[in-house]
Design a protein around this ligand. Structure first.
Ligand SMILES: N=CN[C@@H](CCC(=O)O)C(=O)O
Ligand SMILES: [Zn+2]
Length: 410
């Protein structure tokens, strides 16, 4: 039987954004067996080395595949009616207090079958993939019972099995208080700690555990209990914190070694120091900031000064961020939060991967040894990806070394 050598794929004469920076000269990248094996200035690529490769593309901008490190893509129903109420002046918090908001999605998600949730989530995920996403985190959090949270996580896992995209799952059982635990939030936290986390861990369904630490959700003390249960099962943690008020959830999460604190509009200087000391990532979610018409900006200058890595994500969800367009988030990160285009792009590549704990594999970078997840864009400079909101510029999406076609892509 003859064996064929693995295909070596070559991109050359590209402007390279390597996950952290734009390189100063046209570059060549060689991929083999699912990994990047060589990154070299095109001018220094020898003809005999190029001859061993299949030329895959030239010109434009090559970036790592985008990493969307915070989404709620699996859900039932729609919240267009709530969108209208907010336009009439009812706040997100008030809607939540009236039993709408997250709980209205819980109702619809519980009523949906696993099959129905899968088919509803698939086109949302394909929309992200058409815009360059090769790694996506998907949270549960609209089930709020053991069976329904596991159902959501199974759907997320199946999406990763059936589509050419890396899916990282997060159990967000402590997202909201389900109606059957009304006036018994500690009882619900008991359920999360004693049943939900152990069940998700036993079935290998969760890669991390998240909480919503907020007045309309759970207290710092309750969230800490969830983290202790996650730690007991060897699961990394992250937190929705300081989104609507400053409770100190980010600092507590950082003390527990959180991968990330997310939203963080109300984060104070102590919180920034805590993230810095713990090596946690600050995940900025400009889509939710925009949709909820927030006015409190996250402490970008302090984060930058402290050297806290900043990630950007879509937060794609039916309520606070029904936005399924990663490059729009790059633009929002710059226009709303005043990040530079370089910071925004690092936020959806290298730092997004770090928020998922995947930086140890060099995910989100274009360096030798990194997984070969790449995007070749029809733009002249990386900054254009954040500058213009213009779908259709993705020339080639490469996942695990293989060029992939995404449903609906032309
Ligand atoms: N902040 C809490 N959770 C989600 C919102 C979910 C929803 O409104 O359905 C978020 O990340 O914004
Ligand atoms: Zn979220």
């Amino acid at each position: 039987m003859t064996t064929h050598p693995p295909i070596r794929r070559l991109w050359r004469d590209v402007t390279l954004f390597d996950g952290m920076d734009t390189l100063p000269e046209p570059m060549a990248v060689i991929v083999e067996g699912g990994h990047i094996v060589r990154v070299v200035p095109s001018a220094r690529l020898a003809d005999d080395e190029a001859a061993t490769c299949t030329l895959q593309g030239t010109g434009g901008v090559l970036t790592p595949g985008l990493v969307d490190c915070h989404t709620h893509l699996v859900f039932g129903g729609s919240r267009a009616d709530e969108f209208e109420s907010r336009l009439e002046g009812v706040s997100y918090e008030e809607i939540a207090r009236r039993g709408g908001g997250i709980l209205s999605t819980v109702h619809a998600t519980r009523a949906a079958s696993e099959e129905a949730l899968f088919h509803a989530a698939k086109p949302r995920l394909e929309a992200l993939m058409r815009e360059g996403v090769t790694t996506v985190e998907i949270k549960s959090g609209y089930g709020l019972s053991v069976a329904d949270e596991l159902k959501m996580l199974r759907v997320a896992r199946r999406l990763g099995e059936e589509l050419p995209v890396r899916v990282v799952t997060t159990l967000l059982g402590a997202h909201a208080l389900p109606p059957e635990y009304k006036d018994n939030s500690d009882g619900y936290i008991d359920l999360v700690c004693r049943e939900m986390i152990p069940a998700a861990a036993a079935e290998g369904l969760a890669d991390a555990v998240d909480v919503f630490c907020e007045k309309i959700a759970f207290s710092v003390t309750q969230c800490e209990r969830v983290f202790e249960a996650a730690e007991a099962h060897g699961l990394p943690i992250k937190a929705h914190a300081e989104q609507l008020s400053n409770l100190g959830g980010s600092a507590m999460a950082a003390r527990h070694g959180a991968l990330s604190a997310d939203h963080i509009e109300y984060l104070d200087v102590e919180g920034v120091s805590a993230l810095h000391e713990a090596g946690s990532v600050a995940v900025l979610l400009p889509g939710a900031f925009h949709t909820l018409r927030e006015t409190q900006l996250p402490p970008i200058a302090a984060l930058r000064e402290a050297g806290v890595p900043m990630a950007i994500a879509t937060d794609a969800n039916p309520g606070s961020s029904p936005l399924f367009m990663p490059t729009l988030m790059l633009n929002f990160a710059c226009t709303l939060f005043r990040l530079t285009p370089r910071e925004a792009l690092a936020g959806m590549t290298a730092h997004g991967a770090q928020a998922l704990g995947l930086h140890t594999q060099q995910l989100g970078r274009i360096v030798p040894g990194a997984p070969a997840d790449l995007c070749q864009w029809d733009v002249e400079s990386p900054a254009e990806l954040a500058y213009a909101v213009q779908p259709g510029r993705l020339r080639q999406r490469v996942y695990g070394g293989e060029p992939t076609h995404v449903q609906g892509q032309h």
